[in-house]
Design a protein around this ligand. Structure first.
Ligand SMILES: NC(=O)c1ccc[n+]([C@@H]2O[C@H](COP(=O)([O-])OP(=O)(O)OC[C@H]3O[C@@H](n4cnc5c(N)ncnc54)[C@H](OP(=O)(O)O)[C@@H]3O)[C@@H](O)[C@H]2O)c1
Length: 232
């Protein structure tokens, strides 16, 4: 079985790429760094030739509603179109727990992405996960200006990206995949992610990583809602 992983180099995608061969599946990695842009219709169609299933863990780094909606509509829309063209029947989408309840712009794109997938007519599974343990590092990478990081304060039930990846791989090869599941730890309580969480994560990192200045990366997003600032 050959499975395409859209977002193969991301926080969870890189674990999915490792988890699939353990389940005897071959991987077609999709990412711009692998030469496939999800916005390029012909490239996506070519990438899905000979594939049996798609695991969609692609992502855009933004807090803006219109950017999120545009990315997920186009990227997932192109993947679904290419699935129909190539006879790919199975689609596994990674989404987020709580997107119906939290009014942030990024989630608007995720809700539309879920709808596209569930209405696609394919054998679709929507996996909703809580934030990854790696989320603290992603926030610091993406929402830092020099030594000042803009961080969220939120309640979460975080899971390891590798555990989510393993579940996605299992669903992709399952004889009868479920239509919808949720993955979250601490089912009876929430963990408050705050400045201490982000500081703890930073202190656990090697010094070289701590000195990075991610704000110099291209495609830097605007500030997220409900934030506090901290110095790193
Ligand atoms: N992070 C979390 O805590 C969390 C929790 C629950 C659910 N999720 C969901 O899980 C999914 C993956 O999240 P993540 O944090 O692992 O993402 P991520 O680390 O931001 O990785 C995004 C991936 O998408 C690829 N990508 C972006 N634009 C692309 C394009 N135009 N064409 C092709 N590939 C493109 C990137 O590769 P290139 O840059 O090389 O193209 C990268 O492999 C998201 O949909 C997110 O909503 C995330």
């Amino acid at each position: 079985m050959t499975i395409a992983v859209a977002g193969a180099t991301g926080a969870v995608g890189q674990h999915v790429v490792q988890a699939l061969p353990i389940r005897h599946a071959s991987v077609v990695p999709i990412a711009r760094s692998h030469g496939v842009d999800l916005f390029t219709v012909s490239g996506v169609e070519a990438a899905l030739r000979g594939v049996s299933a798609v695991i969609d863990v692609s992502n855009v780094v933004t807090t803006k509603r219109n950017e999120s909606v545009e990315f997920f509509t186009r990227a997932t829309g192109n993947l679904l179109r290419a699935c129909r063209l190539n006879g790919v029947e199975r689609y596994i989408l990674l989404s987020i727990v709580g997107i119906d309840d939290v009014p942030i712009g990024y989630y608007a794109g995720k809700r539309i992405q879920e709808r596209l997938v569930t209405e696609s007519g394919l054998t679709a599974t929507v996996v909703r996960s809580t934030q990854f343990h790696e989320f603290a590092g992603q926030m610091l990478d993406r929402f830092s200006i020099g030594r000042v990081a803009v961080v969220l304060k939120l309640l979460s039930r975080p899971v390891a990206a590798s555990a989510v990846a393993d579940r996605l791989a299992r669903i992709a090869v399952a004889p009868q995949p479920p239509a919808r599941i949720e993955i979250a730890l601490l089912p009876n309580g929430h963990f408050e992610m705050d400045q201490q969480t982000f500081k703890g994560w930073l202190e656990s990192q090697p010094r070289r990583r701590r000195r990075r200045h991610p704000s110099r990366r291209t495609n830097r997003p605007s500030r997220p809602a409900s934030t506090t600032a901290m110095t790193t």
